[in-house]
Design a protein around this ligand. Structure first.
Ligand SMILES: [Zn+2]
Length: 127
């Protein structure tokens, strides 16, 4: 369920996913900063998963697995991918360059790594 919430941008602990109202005015998207660290950075899912000092350590085992899978599949290396593609893969999408016939295999292989990661992230962000 948490993966669904992240993919649909409705995770209550991600500042950019929530509505903030002050004085009957909605806060601007750019004002929704991370409340878990002191970097004064936009509190989006990319920040929470890949950048935030509070939570980024949780993604290390998953990224290690994804690096290996991308290499075995002859895909561009993890470090060469833009952050937007990295977060897309972490949220369960195949790399754009991966042949369609391998999408199912990748999903079956990575979902068992992705779901526990997202669950751990949810637990950490709710504490
Ligand atoms: Zn942060």
């Amino acid at each position: 369920m948490s993966l669904f919430w992240l993919r649909t941008q409705s995770h209550g602990t991600i500042p950019t996913h929530t509505y903030h109202f002050e004085d009957n005015m909605r806060n601007l998207y750019g004002d929704r900063l991370c409340t878990r660290c002191t970097t004064n950075t936009l509190g989006c899912e990319t920040h929470a998963i890949l950048e935030c000092n509070y939570s980024k350590h949780l993604a290390s085992p998953l990224i290690h697995k994804l690096r290996s899978l991308l290499s075995k599949a002859g895909q561009p290396s993890w470090d060469s991918l833009p952050t937007s593609q990295q977060i897309s893969i972490i949220l369960g999408n195949p790399p754009p360059s991966l042949p369609t016939k391998l999408h199912k295999v990748l999903t079956e292989t990575t979902l068992y790594e992705i779901l526990p990661h997202i669950s751990s992230l949810k637990t950490l962000l709710y504490t």
